[in-house]
Design a protein around this ligand. Structure first.
Ligand code: URA
Length: 243
């Protein structure tokens, strides 16, 4: 591919800026200053550097958003701000959120243009773990925990009309409460049914007051990413997710 296309896809600058950068000797190919902005490079084997920093090329883009409440997990919405609006500055076409969080749910959301990875992570057969921090109305009893861990009836039916219980889940009682006194638990589920966590807690007579997703498969939300902000995944994180 052309060097300027490669660099613009990595958001180094516009084609015009890149021409200037090449002229000023800021771009190198295999250790030698690039001769022309439109020179051809092999993005898979050539070592391309900008200001001395070697760039790694990926056909796809991967962003980890710490979703705020009030934003919808859709590509388009007539009324509300969408999660794609939050990454619009990246100027990447074809991005989609990997799954959905409710409008009032915060936390980890992967946004990517890698449709194959989205498909893989959301496939019901793969049972990718999702961990939620859940603030609930009242403490859970041992019985409630057992029910949630064994599978509860949240009103879903199988094709044959029988009750479709949730898959076994894991409950971890944190032992702490939020600033309003609501107990905080961590719930690990392996499915992604509509409003699943809220419906599971309802099924044991409780209520979700606040919900935040903190992990999906190997991807974790780190404390350093403020609510409403996003960052690119590291090469290592992408590799782990694809495993
Ligand atoms: N379960 C819910 O109820 N809501 C979410 O946003 C995610 C999981």
């Amino acid at each position: 591919m052309r060097l300027d296309k490669f660099l613009s896809e990595l958001n180094i600058g516009t084609r015009k800026q890149i021409k200037e950068y090449v002229k000023n000797g800021r771009c190198s190919v295999n250790g030698t200053p690039a001769s022309k902005a439109d020179m051809h490079i092999d993005e898979n084997s050539d070592e391309i550097a900008f200001d001395g920093v070697v760039l790694s090329y990926s056909k796809f883009h991967y962003f980890l958003l710490n979703k705020p409440a009030g934003v919808v997990s859709a590509t388009r919405d007539g009324r509300n701000e969408t999660v794609l609006d939050l990454v619009a500055g990246e100027n990447v076409k074809g991005l989609s959120p990997c799954g959905r969080l409710d409008i009032d749910t915060e936390g980890l959301l992967l946004i990517t243009d890698d449709g194959e990875l989205i498909h893989k992570l959301l496939s019901p057969k793969k049972h990718v773990d999702k961990i939620y921090e859940v603030h609930i109305k009242t403490p859970l009893s041992e019985g409630d925990i057992n029910k949630l861990e064994e599978g509860v009836n949240i009103g879903d039916k199988k094709d044959d009309g029988s009750v479709d219980l949730t898959l076994p889940a894991k409950v971890e009682v944190s032992g702490r409460a939020d600033e309003d006194g609501n107990p905080v638990i961590f719930l690990t589920i392996h499915e992604g049914r509509f409003h699943q966590v809220k419906r599971m807690l309802e099924a044991v007579g409780n209520e979700v007051i606040f919900l935040r997703r903190i992990s999906m498969g190997s991807l974790k939300l780190d404390d350093s990413l403020p609510v409403g902000e996003y960052r690119s995944l590291t090469d290592e994180e992408v590799k782990e997710l694809k495993k």
